[in-house]
Design a protein around this ligand. Structure first.
Ligand code: OGA
Ligand code: MN
Length: 294
């Protein structure tokens, strides 16, 4: 099968055909996928009717797995293995989550623009989201190009943000939606971590904005001033010209580079409609900033 790539947007997103994610990949196929990711930041692989085991095996081609996405809330019973982020609206018995379910409350955070796992010291590299049961009424996933957003900043802003360090935590992103009832243990698991606001892609050398709903502070800044500035940057970075909107087809496997993009899911009627999306994730190279002493 020959590999073909068709851009979906001037700077972000492309469809790649000629890859079968169910099978072991050759070195040439991995190289094509990585080159496609470095260029387009989001790749859509259509017609990938994969099992969980196949998805995991495919993901492992791109580095160590980032696990534990569904265990930040204590006492959660998992529907999928711990290596998966279950971003469905289903419980362990495959029933839709109730309106006030705690896992549903937490998952609503995905409606805010974010980059995956920036609440960890080593954040995510690639995310692989498999559309097992997709929605047509709402539930699109939107991706914003943080390279293009960085490039479009004026020189003074680029210079100002270059040294800045932000603090990220799930407490901040969930708190934005008013979800604040955490146990003491959860508060320890979710304590803030530090990341640079500007980061450089290790392969392309391009700079991008490391923004995420998980940001709750800029080190050394008064909090309201920091959050007002982060809002301005978010507004800039998610202007329509930087955004690719993905409308799902069943068995799409969508891969994004969290180092150069943000994403969010749009509202859908999750109390009535089933949406079964399963994410696997790899880790990025290492911390983007030194952490404060505990
Ligand atoms: C994710 C996520 C968006 C979606 O899996 O990391 O944010 O469309 N999902 O479900
Ligand atoms: Mn996400």
């Amino acid at each position: 099968m020959s590999i073909e790539t068709r851009p979906l947007h001037p700077t972000i997103g492309a469809v790649m055909t000629g890859i079968d994610a169910r099978r072991p990949q050759s070195a040439a196929e991995i190289a094509a996928l990585e080159a496609g990711m470095d260029r387009h930041a989001v790749l859509v692989l259509p017609d990938q009717d994969i099992t969980d085991a196949e998805q995991l095996a495919f993901t492992r081609n791109f580095g160590p797995l980032q696990e534990g996405a569904n265990t930040t809330l204590t006492a959660t019973t998992l529907r999928l293995g711990a290596a998966f982020a279950d971003v469905s609206n289903l419980d362990k018995d495959n029933r839709r989550l109730e309106r006030d379910d705690r896992r549903r409350m937490a998952a609503l955070g995905n409606r805010l623009w974010h980059s995956d796992a920036t609440f960890r010291v080593v954040p995510a590299r690639y995310s692989f989201l498999s559309g097992r049961i997709v929605t047509t009424q709402g539930g699109n996933t939107e991706f914003a190009d943080m390279r293009a957003a960085y490039d479009a900043l004026d020189a003074a802003t680029k210079a100002e943000i270059e040294p800045l360090i932000c603090e990220h935590s799930l407490i901040y992103s969930r708190g934005q939606l008013g979800f604040t009832d955490f146990t003491d243990d959860e508060r320890i698991t979710m304590r803030p971590v530090r990341h640079r606001l500007v980061r450089t892609h290790p392969v392309t050398g391009r700079k991008s904005l490391l923004l995420s709903a998980h940001i709750g502070a800029i080190v050394g800044w008064p909090r309201p001033e920091a959050m007002a500035f982060v809002r301005d940057l978010m507004e800039h970075a998610t202007r329509p010209e930087f955004v690719y909107v993905h409308r799902w087809t069943r068995h799409d496997l969508v891969i994004w580079d969290n180092r150069t993009t943000m994403h969010r899911v749009r509202r859908f009627d999750d109390l009535t409609i089933v949406r079964d999306m399963r994410r696997t994730t790899t880790m990025s190279e290492g911390p983007t900033a030194q952490q404060a002493a505990a």
